[in-house]
Design a protein around this ligand. Structure first.
Ligand SMILES: *Cc1c(COP(=O)(O)O)cnc(C)c1O
Length: 366
């Protein structure tokens, strides 16, 4: 068959949904760096004995059969770990990203609105676009707090089906004021998702308040705790809504290896608690060190990353300089707006953080 790129392009132009054609795919850097501090991963691997026990456990798992479609054992174990009120439903996703997408599929369609503060997590906007929903972004204040008046006005005007509040927020790292979140929950005509992706580092949660607000949903993930490669997220909320979201979930979305590995990991929660405690300590160390750099303003963080504002014109130079030195961080300056001149650094191991600081010092002091 002869190749016909024009014909292929014409088919794409004619049939791909215009709103998808206008999007770009979520960009993930593919080069390798000696130090990787861009994606909020836990830098620690497992003790050798734990790796051996895990491999042994997986030996008993057959991948010729489909997984348990409802992941019953894992769901029960997660309910306990979450201390979920028994009246609440729980649904699992292939990462919490998938649950964000399932919510859009469940609630979406023309005329439906997703609303979130900005800057915020990119997936809220992308999945709204997938589901032909309008996306309304309400700017945070310059201190990255909720602008409550603006939020309430936007809620009244747009009547969103879905509001996202990340707690703590990505990429700013702060926890929004609880009273302001309560006001949003009370004013929202639709669902409000409190996204606790960074729960292991935050020390605060809305889980006990499920049921107090009929429209409150809670999103969690095992990714940031140290299982990003497993892809496991959870959505908790009223049974009636969870049952509807469950209809758009593909039957075997949590694969057998993930189900067994997550169960294993939950039995070894103490190891993850140890690792996340180290990360919280290092967050403090890194914040203190960053404060001492000239022209650098680190923002307070309740997550496993720190957002910094650089002196004007320095963010791109520093991000590129770090790359040349073998360290990858996230340059948010190109996003502009409140993120102009901002960089986001994931907290790494003590060695990684100390190397990063040496590299940063050399760059900002020229
Ligand atoms: C990382 C992140 C997620 C997605 O995590 P998964 O790996 O898909 O579970 C969701 N929400 C926020 C705010 C995040 O930062």
């Amino acid at each position: 068959m002869s190749q016909s790129p024009q014909r292929e392009e014409a088919l794409v132009q004619r049939w791909v949904r215009p709103e998808i054609g206008q999007m770009s795919a979520y960009a993930i850097p593919d080069e390798r760096y000696a130090i990787k501090l861009d994606a909020m991963e836990n830098p620690y691997s497992w003790p050798e004995a734990m790796v051996q026990a895990w491999l042994q456990r997986l030996q008993g798992v057959g991948v010729n059969r489909y997984p348990d479609p409802a992941a019953r054992e894992l769901t029960a174990s997660l309910r306990q770990q979450l201390e979920l009120p028994s009246a609440m439903g729980l649904i699992l996703g292939n990462g919490s990203d998938e649950l964000i997408q399932l919510l859009a599929l469940t609630l979406g369609g023309a005329g439906r609105v997703v609303l979130a503060p900005e800057p915020g997590f990119v997936m809220y906007r992308m999945t709204a676009q997938f589901a032909a929903m309008a996306y309304v972004a309400v700017p945070l204040t310059t201190g990255f707090e909720l602008d409550l008046d603006a939020m309430l006005a936007a809620i009244a005007h747009h009547q969103p089906a879905l509001i996202y509040l990340a707690y703590p927020n990505n990429p700013t790292g702060n926890l929004f004021a609880e009273e302001e979140m309560e006001a949003i929950l009370a004013a929202a005509p639709g669902w409000v998702v409190v996204d606790e992706a960074y729960h292991p580092f935050a020390g605060r949660s809305w889980v006990k308040r499920l049921g107090e607000f009929p429209n409150l949903l809670l999103l969690r993930t095992l990714s940031k705790m140290g299982l990003a490669g497993l892809r496991l997220g959870m959505l908790a909320g009223p049974q009636a809504l969870v049952a509807e979201v469950n209809k758009v979930r593909l039957p075997y979305n949590i694969n057998t290896l993930t189900q067994e590995s997550a169960l294993f990991a939950l039995e070894h929660q103490a190891e993850f608690d140890r690792q996340t405690a180290l990360i919280r300590e290092q967050r403090q160390w890194l914040a203190t060190a960053l404060h001492q750099l000239p022209g650098v303003t680190p923002y307070p963080s309740a997550a496993n990353f720190i957002l910094l504002r650089m002196a004007p014109g320095q963010a791109d130079m520093v991000a590129e300089g770090l790359k040349r030195a073998g360290t990858l961080i996230k340059n948010l300056s190109p996003v502009g707006g409140l993120l102009a001149n901002c960089l986001r650094i994931t907290v790494g191991t003590p060695e990684e953080n100390s190397t990063l600081m040496t590299q940063l010092r050399a760059l900002v002091q020229g």
